[in-house]
Design a protein around this ligand. Structure first.
Ligand SMILES: [Zn+2]
Ligand SMILES: [Zn+2]
Length: 136
């Protein structure tokens, strides 16, 4: 049996959220995957629904029995990249939040999930605080 290792982001309470396969992180050019318009990325803990800054180093490699889409095609869970708009005046920044949800999550269900997320002290690369809770 193949065990795939995934780099997991660990929330303050110790929950692990799989972000990407460990193998990918070791490949050269992986920074491209990380680099977006906004260098800071965030993840939503699958357990406690809190949103944290995704650490660029220090992800924990853990064995995943099922893995996550899109890395494991057809996996029951999938990494979604959810945009959050900054609220700052004239600010167009979009934060990118990685969330692991069932692969068949609809847009509507995704919005519902989003409305349950909470966070504290989130700051965009623009320097604005992202208000809490932010939706609507
Ligand atoms: Zn958690
Ligand atoms: Zn902003």
């Amino acid at each position: 049996m193949n065990t795939t290792y995934f780099d997991c982001a660990i929330c303050e309470r110790g929950h692990a959220t799989p972000i990407r396969p460990t193998m990918l992180a070791l490949q050269e050019g992986d920074e491209k995957w990380i680099e977006t318009d906004d260098p800071s990325e965030f993840f939503a803990c699958s357990e406690c629904r809190r949103v944290y800054t995704l650490p660029t180093v220090g992800l924990k490699s853990l064995p995943a029995t099922q893995g996550v889409d899109p890395y494991i095609l057809g996996a029951p869970m999938r990494v979604f990249r959810v945009p959050i708009g900054c609220d700052g005046l004239d600010c167009r920044l979009q934060l990118s939040v990685l969330a692991v949800l069932p692969s068949n999550t609809s847009d509507a269900a995704l919005q519902a999930k989003k409305s349950q997320w909470r966070w504290a002290d989130l700051k965009g690369s623009c320097g604005h605080d992202i208000p809490w809770p932010q939706w609507e």
